[in-house]
Design a binder for this molecule. Structure first.
Ligand code: NAD
Ligand code: AKB
Length: 316
């Protein structure tokens, strides 16, 4: 029986990853951990812990005999720029604690998502390769580069099986995003389905790589289960599904909700978006562990709108 712990389990990705892992491995095999108190109707194993507290993590790994950790607890790009010290402590010290506890208990596998935020403004914008100089200009990006390097180090130095993908912006209907630069893509859908206008915080011509949540969950679990001997990289696989501009997203939504009104008023987050790639080369993930996304802009837009209509207007 697998014994999986997911940190940051109440977040945008964690809340949906937990459901999939529980379907796959059984409810009793998956422990959700976060430092926020869940809703009172939260179902399944849950423990409160701060990833900056190594002893707390150690206690949980011992108590539940954990063999696999999906480490998702983090502070994302926009929130990280408003509190860089918190981003450093959470993302770097939190990961260091997870790796040290993993090493102490000889955990079988640790999965740590990285991000397109590892790339800086000097990296090629189109079809950005895995191996390129990483010179991020945000604290979030700096913590993500450090996370990749630490994961690689623990693998090569200690044989700890750490793996990770560089995720693009993730779009989902279940849990709102937690303070990133790509949040506009999710917020646009919510506004459109509520029948409200939306003021987008990046320019209409801002293009970023994106992915729908079912593909994100698929990528994380597929990499976790991949044959390690096929992996050329450990913590820095590029993965992507689609690239579109903020204006193209508004147009795609208008195919289903024709009267949706979207204005574009860039704020401080424009600079972060401008420093990131417009598209990624994810051929290594496709070759090494069979990565293949299921959703494109059109199929994602339809599914997002169907799901949000049911969630926000259940009686219609
Ligand atoms: P999120 O902000 O939605 O959720 C993070 C969760 O971590 C929250 O529930 C928060 O309460 C928890 N958390 C924060 N600090 C903590 C601490 N000290 N101790 C315990 N829990 C803590 O983030 P997400 O979007 O679910 O991202 C998960 C991972 O995926 C992160 O590593 C992020 O960098 C990466 N990622 C996300 C995206 C995206 O678009 N969502 C894109 C690229 C990479
Ligand atoms: C963010 O915008 O910070 C995240 C990410 C791409 O890492 N969504």
């Amino acid at each position: 029986m697998k014994r999986i712990m997911v940190t940051g389990a109440l977040g945008q990705i964690g809340s949906e990853l937990i459901v999939k892992l529980r379907e796959k491995y059984g409810s009793d095999s998956v422990l959700a951990v976060d430092y926020r108190v869940p809703d009172k109707d939260y179902a399944g194993l849950f423990e409160l812990a701060d990833v900056r507290d190594r002893e707390a993590l150690d206690r949980l790994v011992t108590k539940y005999k954990i063999d696999t950790i999906y480490h998702l607890a983090a502070i994302l790009s926009a929130k990280g720029e408003s509190n860089p010290q918190l981003a450093f402590e959470t993302n770097i010290l939190g990961l260091y604690n997870v790796l040290e506890v993993g090493l102490k208990h000889r955990i079988e596998r640790i999965i740590v998502p990285s991000s397109i935020a590892v790339f800086g403004p000097d990296a090629p914008k189109e079809n950005t390769p895995v191996e390129v100089a990483l010179q991020p200009t945000t604290m979030y990006g700096i913590t993500k580069v450090t996370g990749e390097l630490l994961g690689n180090y623990y693998y090569h130095r200690f044989g700890l099986d750490v793996r990770g993908v560089r995720l693009p912006g993730i779009i989902s209907s279940e849990t709102l995003p937690g303070g990133g630069t790509t949040d506009y893509a999710v917020e646009m859908f919510y506004a459109a389905v509520k029948g409200e206008p939306y003021v987008c915080f990046v320019r209409a011509d801002t293009v970023l790589p994106m992915m729908y949540m079912p593909d994100c969950i698929k990528a994380l679990i597929q990499l976790a289960e991949a044959d390690g001997s096929n992996l050329r990289y450990r913590c820095n696989y590029n993965v992507t599904a689609m690239s579109f501009s903020a204006g193209e997203l508004a147009d795609a939504i208008r195919e289903f909700i024709p009267d949706f009104v979207c204005e574009f008023k860039p704020d401080h987050r424009q600079k972060i978006a401008d420093a990131w790639p417009r598209s990624l080369d994810d051929s290594a993930a496709r070759e090494d562990w069979g990565w293949q996304p299921d959703y494109d802009l059109k199929s994602m837009t339809k599914d997002m709108i169907d799901k949000l209509r049911k969630k926000l207007h259940p009686s219609k």
